[in-house]
Ligand binder design. Structure first.
Ligand code: NAD
Ligand code: DAU
Length: 332
């Protein structure tokens, strides 16, 4: 049994990982989360108090981080400002958390010699053309487009430098777009599901041809635990489940699954610098560490996600109006 520190563990993917760890191991978990607009304690509901403890604080608080690192065996770092649209509006928190926050954690990992796993994104590689047969691999050059993805790229490079220069025992994973329960309603899929529930027409940026490579959050969590247990120090692993779909198809599937006409959506102002296509080749993770995704059927995973938002309005309703007001102010 070990004790893990999970940063950002009250967010969408971090909370999924905490549930996964509790259900599949005997590890104890300390969650360090600043509880920004994206953190929600309700996402940790039902977890045993003798195995999971929430500490509210900032990953950039070196004193707090130092104290917590002394109490754990390993650290899994999810905490981030995570939304591209917010980064176009106000980049500063992205620098503070994604760069300075990660630096603060790395310094503590170095001082305490703790195993460190850094959660990152496929967006560090930029985007692909729609008709390009290529997919991202661990050797694709970094070419981030947005303030969000550039700060994630910067954080990845810090981790690599701390491995090489200081011998920090770290691994990195870069995952594609996650979907599933507990995702904030600012993000594409939950925004459209909750719009339909509220009687608002879904909003598609531009022509809707942009492609994202969808993976269920449960599969992301199983991959991260696999890397934590069997990953080679200093290595990067791409996580993906062969789930490429364009946004138009996803909106139409949501509408159809929710009993609405497939064309009952609006085209709105496109995102500035909008990445065209992401696609992950996860061969290394599958062949070297033996990981496989459990969700092969996007339609079923999406239908279950829709049911979850229908049954858990108290979880998302408090944030919905503010999010829609923000988008409306941008013509989106
Ligand atoms: P999220 O926005 O839902 O959650 C982020 C969490 O981090 C929140 O609980 C927030 O309160 C916390 N946080 C923010 N700043 C903090 C700080 N300074 N100190 C402590 N806690 C802080 O994000 P998510 O979608 O769950 O993403 C989690 C991680 O996974 C991020 O690193 C993101 O880059 C990465 N990622 C996300 C996706 C995706 O599709 N959502 C895909 C690949 C990688
Ligand atoms: O690829 C991994 C990344 O996936 C993560 O690193 C990010 O943290 C995560 O937010 C996600 O980034 P995206 O920008 O791809 O996700 P988002 O949900 O914001 O948008 C998905 C696609 O849908 C994108 O092409 C923009 C589009 N979109 C989004 C919204 C909110 C719309 O068409 N309409 C919308 O209302």
């Amino acid at each position: 049994m070990s004790k893990l520190l999970v940063t950002g563990g009250a967010g969408f993917i971090g909370s999924n990982f905490v549930h996964h760890v509790v259900g599949n191991t005997d590890h104890e978990v300390i969650v360090l989360d600043k509880m920004t607009y994206a953190g929600n304690e309700a996402s940790l509901a039902g977890l045993p108090a003798d195995r999971v403890r929430l500490v509210v604080g900032d990953i950039a608080d070196a004193t707090l981080v130092d104290e917590l690192f002394s109490q754990v065996d390993a650290v899994v770092h999810y905490a981030a400002e995570s939304h591209n649209d917010n980064s176009l509006h106000d980049p500063r928190p992205f620098l503070d958390t994604n760069i300075i926050g990660t630096y603060t954690l790395l310094e503590a990992a170095r001082k305490h010699d703790k195993r460190f796993h850094h959660i990152s994104t496929d967006e560090v590689y930029g985007d692909l053309e729609l008709d390009d047969p290529a997919r991202f691999t661990e050797n694709t050059p970094y070419n981030p487009s947005s303030p969000y993805s550039s700060t994630k790229a910067g954080s990845d490079l810090l981790v690599r430098a701390w491995v090489r220069s200081f011998g920090v025992r770290a691994t990195i994973s870069n995952c594609s777009n996650n979907y599933g329960p507990y995702q904030h309603v600012e993000k594409f899929i939950p925004r459209q599901i909750t719009n339909v529930i509220r009687g608002i027409r879904p909003k598609l940026y531009g022509a809707g041809e942009n492609v994202r490579d969808w993976i269920h959050a449960d599969d992301h969590s199983s991959a991260v635990l696999t890397i934590l247990e069997r990953g080679v120090i200093g290595e990067t692993y791409l996580i993906g489940a062969d789930g490429e779909k364009n946004n138009k198809d996803v909106v139409e599937l949501i509408l159809e699954t929710m009993g609405q006409p497939r064309d009952a959506y609006d085209h709105v102002t496109d995102r500035a610098g909008h990445d065209l296509r992401y696609a992950i080749d996860s061969t290394k993770l599958r062949t070297e560490l033996g990981w496989m995704p459990a969700y092969s059927d996007f339609e079923t995973g999406l239908a279950n996600t829709i049911d979850w938002y229908r049954n858990n309005e108290t979880w998302w309703a408090p944030t919905k109006d503010r999010v829609e007001a923000f988008y409306a102010s941008k013509g989106q």
